[in-house]
Design a protein around this ligand. Sequence first.
Ligand code: NDP
Ligand code: OXD
Length: 315
Amino acid sequence: MAFLFILPTWPVDVWTAAMKKVAPDIDVRVWPDRMGEVNDIEYCAAWLPPPGVVKSLPNLKVIMSLGAGVDAILKDPTLPDDVPIVRVNDPDLTGRMTEYIVLHVLMHHRQQRRLDENQRKKIWDSFPTHAAKDLSVGIMGMGVMGADSAIKLRDIGFRVAGWSRTRKEIPGVESFAGDTEFDAFLARTDVLVSLLPATSDTDGIINRATIRKLSRKGPFGAPIVINAGRGRQQVAEDILAALDAGELHAATLDVFVPEPLPPDSPLWSHPKVTLTPHCAADSDPETICAYVANNIRRHQRGETLDNLVDRLRGY
Ligand code: NDP
Ligand code: OXD
């Protein structure tokens, strides 16, 4: 049995070293130039795999995503139908995302960018502040990441709601479900957070019409958007136009189309945009290799695999 890394954009030597450390018994191969005999390869782990590579592995038993999202794996039209796909659900990755969401909600809530600007200009401006209970945060996508962020934000004191396909029961977090409850969810939301997966249903969901349905009753008089889901979910031109029209107060964006974001994108320099380079929750090599190795061993023992992707749902 051999295991293959397909990592065209990540430092593959860091990942092979991590795998050797946590699972020295596993025969690790690397796409494209250290594949060895392809018939030996029964497991692979990928991030942004080029189309056709997975199909070229005749004895593959499981495909593992090295992140929580699987959109880049599913978009390969040649992907074999019968090979299960497992994604990452790990407390380390979830905790990193929660840090990012809490950081950016608090940054907007405490008006930190305004304070930074004032410090640079040496202005002692003690403008009015407000309490967490005055801000309604709405999280689209209440899966592993969304639920954890919701709980931590609730514990700080924000009014938190979540929107998902199916209803959730989280104490102190209001649940909205499905398309029929989307508008009501937006209407109560001052800070819209996206932790949705990229699917045909969520493409372009952060558009001008969505922004216009958000609450304007919050302390800033206009809503805030935070997208750490996927770039496909945002219509960048709509976000920019809404910021310029005062329909949006501010935006934090971690994900884009394309990535890396080209230098000529107006998002880079917009004064109301905080932009990060798809680093909201990075996959830690040793932690995620341990997760992958555990899955391989479970599969070899004939045990069921957790966190299987439902290809029809797309996540
Ligand atoms: P999960 O699969 O656990 O959760 C997805 C959530 O989205 C579920 O609550 C699901 O609803 C909901 N959802 C999906 N489609 C719809 C829809 N059409 N309408 C309403 N709700 C919908 O994923 P994770 O929480 O683990 O991760 C979420 C996403 O975060 C990833 O797919 C990835 O794109 C992104 N991510 C980004 C990172 C970054 O660094 N920027 C790092 C890690 C993840 P239901 O529960 O009812 O099924
Ligand atoms: C992920 C990501 O999906 O890092 O894990 O985007």
